[in-house]
Design a protein around this ligand. Structure first.
Ligand code: HEC
Length: 237
């Protein structure tokens, strides 16, 4: 029995203790808050909230402005790029058209020229490369080579050998007709232009005089070729 009473007493004590801890401090805190809050913290809190709301509005506006500016810049960049792309595409198309036209023109021009040269040469089947190479010389390279075959032991096209190069002879005479005239008039040393231009060749004039008589004058008299053809052969080289 006394045990039960003791338990009840302990329980009652515990319950009363709990009541105190539960109610007393909480009342205190509420009171403290009630007195402190309106006086000190809430008024500034409200203004700071208003301010922060203002700030937020300002920030929001700035963000919106920036977004708008960014969008405008992006739109402009896109427009610029589109314009540049279009310009590049237009240029490419124009270039292609020009290239196509050039190719077409080329075809137009080349074909008649090649065909037109054949009757002038009076050769049944001249090699196309020879036509292209010597189109303006008036003689094919093949014919020039056969006419100057015996001259080659002493003459080359670009280099001096025993005699001056054909290029040097071309430069000294300047034209087929000028060289033809000197051949026709007996190829006298006084009329030779290379000898006149450079005295070192004058010492060798006799060598060429002998060649002229055998390889040129005699052959022309036999009707193998004309002086003009021989001169053309030298200018075709
Ligand atoms: C044995 C060597 C020799 C042979 C072959 C020879 N020449 Fe020459 N030729 C010379 C010499 C050397 C000269 C330089 C002297 C001179 O100009 O007269 C010369 C000069 C010339 C000149 C320049 C003449 C001048 O002074 O203006 C002509 C053009 C020429 N030869 C044409 C020919 C032709 C065309 C042939 C072949 C049909 C030929 N020669 C064969 C040795 C030769």
């Amino acid at each position: 029995m006394s045990k039960n009473i003791l338990w009840i007493a302990i329980l009652a004590f515990l319950v009363s203790c709990q009541d105190k801890t539960a109610t007393e401090p909480s009342t205190n805190t509420v009171n403290e808050q009630a007195t402190k809050a309106p006086a000190a913290s809430e008024t500034p809190k409200t203004s700071s909230m208003q301010e922060s709301a203002k700030d937020t509005a300002v920030v929001n506006k700035a963000v919106a402005d920036k977004a708008a500016a960014d969008k405008a810049a992006a739109d402009k960049a896109a427009a610029d790029k589109a314009a540049a792309d279009k310009a590049a595409a237009d240029k490419a198309a124009a270039d292609k058209a020009a290239a196509d036209k050039a190719a077409a023109d080329n075809k137009k021009v080349v074909a008649p020229v090649v065909q037109g040269k054949q009757p002038i040469k009076q050769q049944p089947n001249p090699a196309p490369s020879e036509i292209m190479l010597k189109a303006d010389a008036g003689m094919t390279l093949a014919k020039a080579n056969s006419l100057t075959k015996k001259c080659k032991s002493c003459h080359a096209t670009d280099k001096d050998k025993v005699g001056p190069s054909f290029k040097k002879i071309q430069a000294a005479y300047g034209s087929v007709n000028a060289l033809t005239a000197v051949f026709e008039s007996g190829f006298t040393v006084e009329n030779r232009k290379v000898v006149a231009a450079d005295t070192k060749w004058k010492k060798k004039a006799k060598t060429m005089t002998g060649q002229y008589k055998n390889l040129i004058q005699k052959q022309v008299q036999k009707g193998k070729f004309t002086y003009k053809e021989l001169a053309e052969a030298i200018f075709a080289k």
